[in-house]
Ligand binder design. Structure first.
Ligand code: FES
Ligand code: FES
Length: 171
């Protein structure tokens, strides 16, 4: 008779998330998304496909958009992880968050975490993207509600708000 497989013991991980050191104990190979949501109570990144294809789970790792459902948590150790919670607060949303609120760019809202984080990552490296560059960046983020027109409006407004904030003025 075969002996049952024993689960791998949890091991400690230390992460730098939204400017704070955070610790968790997880099984080796656990995806970053699960640690953020289940262990650190950061629920903005969403589980959509679990395959790296829809973008709902997007976070920034060292400022670059990354799909946390397919990244082992160990790979994020020693790097700066930013979630939607790290871009602003309900009282003081960041420019990209504010743009999506202003444009009411959501129906169910499930895709919005990924849309906002993807736009944030683009604007960090290219503050004045063309429409085509915005489209290229967002083309692999899926929105099943078909809110693409409003999302593009929000992305354009985000670029204006962010540029205005960088110059210390309102757009
Ligand atoms: S849940 Fe990660 S890409 Fe879909
Ligand atoms: S607003 Fe529903 S999936 Fe995009």
């Amino acid at each position: 008779m075969e002996s049952p497989t024993r689960p791998s013991p949890d091991s400690p991980v230390s992460l730098h998330v939204n400017g704070c050191r955070r610790e968790a104990a997880v099984a080796p190979g656990t995806a970053l998304l699960y640690v953020l949501r289940n262990d650190l109570a950061l629920n903005s990144p969403k589980y959509g496909c679990g395959l790296g294809e829809c973008g709902a789970c997007t976070v920034l790792i060292d400022g670059v958009a990354a799909r946390s459902c397919v990244i082992p948590v160990k790979a994020a150790q020693g790097r700066r992880v930013t979630t939607l919670e790290g871009l602003g607060t309900r009282q003081r949303p960041g420019p990209v968050q504010q743009a999506f609120i202003d444009c009411q760019a959501a129906q169910c809202g499930y895709c919005l975490n990924g849309m906002i984080m993807t736009v944030e990552a683009l604007l960090r490296r290219n503050p004045h993207p063309s429409d085509q560059e915005l489209r290229n960046e967002l083309q692999h983020n899926l929105c099943r509600c078909g809110t693409h027109v409003e999302i593009m409006q929000a992305a354009r407004r985000a670029a204006r708000l962010r540029a205005g904030a960088a110059q210390g003025r309102l757009p």
